[in-house]
Design a protein. Structure first.
Length: 434
């Protein structure tokens, strides 16, 4: 390394990160004590981004896959308009939109020019409140999902993840059950109508908006435009999460067309509101959630056993899991698992050095700052804090926990949660033996 490079590195090491970071300004209000609205001032006056999120997903299903099929059918037509007419409308106004059904939420996100906002929002509300569910469209949707599922079941990464979560959460639980043709075929138009009526209501709705405010005033505008949701009676009732006992076993799923093996190794954890979440988040990053992580350096760079390996702290609204994921050659599966166990045990035995800990802290600070780079990113971050962390106050709590974490904190978390003897190990792909 030349002297100039050394001077640069010394200068960078001398910099102290500024942890006094605050969320950018935003406004929030509630309509009729039910629907929460979050408004972020725009970076660009011409463009708007909006997300309508419903707290439903799998948590409120009476029949499995109902949330997914309901979301799938919403843009197939609403009263007075077919799917092609809807598509033509959104093309005409240059709208980019996406409808997603998740484990805990269903969300419609869209962006358009501010000058078209009134027309676009009105149509989006119409799509969400007046869907024309039909037998013909439902069969088309089922056919598409059957084809998608058939293809996905040939992909080792998809199979290993779904079988891993089925074992961790329990195969009949809302987080653990696997989509199947049988569940798909059992759904009727009436099932979708029931799910929609009970779940796409004002009480379950939260709005996240980035863009210029409307001339008539934000609260008046959103109160008027969202009025149709308040005419839908909320009959869902109180939800109670039922935790099932997972099936603690290792297994290999043979996929004939595969030449590699997808590995998922991990355990059940907890939701983001758990007191150990923040230090677990930091520990997970150290182990395998950034390019300089221990798993990347060891398994990928030192031993060359895989091109990509990472770990994930996958927390839902009511539960969660931790897992390590890797794509490996069938012949190196046992060696890879042994090396992963070695890294886990090292993290449990030896306190992390201050240098490595500070490197990861600085990486996470930079990552969090990137999440606020622009008004749209800020709106998405606020959505994550409100929905997944139960409130924006979690932002300061997360930063404080990362900043003040000690090697002893990492050692405690590692010993409590990262014992490989307690892990599930699921593989899928080449090779017929476990």
């Amino acid at each position: 390394m030349n002297s100039h490079a050394k001077e640069i590195n010394q200068y960078l090491r001398s910099l102290k990160p500024d942890w006094n970071v605050n969320l950018p300004h935003f406004n929030q209000f509630t309509i009729d004590k039910e629907t929460q609205i979050f408004l972020v001032p725009p970076s660009n006056d011409a463009l708007v981004y909006c997300e309508l999120v419903f707290v439903n997903g799998r948590i409120s299903e009476k029949k499995k896959m109902a949330s997914r099929l309901t979301a799938n059918q919403l843009f197939e037509g609403c009263n007075g308009m077919e799917s092609k007419e809807l598509a033509d409308f959104f093309d005409f106004y240059g709208v980019n939109y996406s409808m997603q059904a998740d484990l805990d939420f269903s969300s419609l996100s869209f962006s358009c020019l501010h000058k078209h906002l009134a027309q676009v929002v009105e149509m989006m509300v119409r799509v969400l409140t007046e869907p024309s569910f039909s037998e013909e469209n439902l069969e088309k949707g089922k056919k598409a999902i059957r084809s998608q599922l058939k293809h996905q079941l040939t992909e080792p990464d998809f199979v290993s993840y779904r079988e891993f979560t089925a074992r961790v959460y329990g195969p009949q639980s809302m987080y653990g059950y696997n989509s199947s043709v049988e569940f798909l075929e059992a759904l009727t138009v009436e099932d979708l109508k029931t799910y929609h009526k009970e779940n796409y209501t004002a009480k379950n709705l939260k709005v996240f908006y980035s863009g210029k405010m409307m001339p008539q005033g934000s609260k008046d505008y959103w109160t008027t435009v969202l009025k149709p949701f308040f005419s839908i009676e909320d009959t869902r009732g109180q939800f109670r999460y039922q935790m099932e006992v997972g099936i603690h076993s290792d297994h290999h799923y043979y996929i004939p067309s595969s030449t590699q093996v997808s590995l998922k190794m991990g355990r059940r954890m907890f939701e983001r509101s758990h007191p150990d979440f923040y230090h677990s988040y930091l520990t997970n990053t150290i182990l395998g959630d950034y390019f300089g992580s221990r798993l990347m350096k060891s398994i990928r760079e030192d031993y060359g056993l895989t091109y990509d390996i990472h770990s994930t702290l996958d927390s839902q609204a009511w539960d969660g899991c931790f897992y390590i994921s890797a794509e490996i050659n069938a012949g190196s599966k046992i060696q890879t698992i042994e090396k992963i166990h070695s890294e886990l045990n090292k993290l449990r035995r030896e306190p992390i050095s201050s240098k490595e800990l500070n490197t990861v802290k600085n990486y996470l600070l930079g990552h969090i700052l990137r999440l606020m780079d622009g008004s749209i990113q800020t709106a998405i971050l606020i959505k994550i804090l409100v929905l997944e962390y139960k409130g924006v106050s979690a932002f300061r709590q997360l930063l404080s926990a990362i900043e003040t974490a000690t090697p002893e904190d990492i050692l405690r978390i590692s010993n409590q949660y990262l014992n490989p003897a307690e892990f599930f190990t699921i593989t899928a792909g080449a090779g017929k033996s476990a």
